[in-house]
Design a protein around this ligand. Sequence first.
Ligand SMILES: O=C(O)c1cc(=O)[nH]c(=O)n1[C@@H]1O[C@H](COP(=O)(O)O)[C@@H](O)[C@H]1O
Length: 272
Amino acid sequence: MTTQQLTEQIIKKKSFLCIGLDVDLNKIPQHLLQTEDPIFEFNKAIIDATHHLCVSYKPNTAFYEAYGLKGWKALEKTINYLNKNHPDIFTIADAKRGDIGNTSTMYAKAFFEDLAFDSVTVAPYMGKDSVEPFLAFKDKHTIILALTSNQGAFDFQTKLVDGKELYKQVLETSKSWNNSENLMYVVGATKAEYFADIRKIIPSSFLLVPGVGAQGGNLQDVCKYGMSKNVGLLINSSRGIIYASQKEDFAQAAAEKAKDLQQQMEGILNNK
Ligand SMILES: O=C(O)c1cc(=O)[nH]c(=O)n1[C@@H]1O[C@H](COP(=O)(O)O)[C@@H](O)[C@H]1O
């Protein structure tokens, strides 16, 4: 999917919501545990109830890898289900990969070819040759960590290197990489006051913004400082949506939480 097509979906659905599919078997409704594939059944019910309210889904691979082969199979079934039934939805494998070049190529094949995701999250700290193998894939997107939502972001990312914050060095340097038009960036919703500075360096790139909901980030503030001419934002919420209820009505409850965010987004887009 191209960024142009993603923007068209945002305008059509009046939403720039990304729902995080971070499935924890301790948190899903008990009755699903009796099914053959509880992780996939949970995802399918959430997707069926929310696909009209969001433009993207982001399974974090940790929540699948934790369950071994069963978990990876459920991830494969989930991406296949999305690609077959909702090809207009932008899919993100949140895997935070990155390694020496030939290893990154294999990671890229795993997520872009074998699993056919539209994008993958990548840690940029091994530099250009660790990220370019992902960028080489046409119409696929590489979402690198810029300024993350957690407290530890202040350990390194905001430290000055040659007089400039490290995350700004990442933003600036990454623009010179081959196929950098395929880059998107992670910026945490908990860091709203940084968005204006970030937009000075990357005015139109898409930003994946996690941290709304369970981590306390504020949607209005993020949009005020982070929205570009073409919207340029994907706001992620995982636990705040998918665990709205642990009872039989869990999918309906998730849809209500998603609808609440979608309506706020519609209001913001109308006033843009
Ligand atoms: O790359 C990410 O998506 C990510 C980056 C970041 O800075 N902070 C962050 O929370 N995430 C992911 O976004 C999701 C947030 O989940 P909730 O806090 O439950 O909404 C999790 O899958 C995190 O791993």
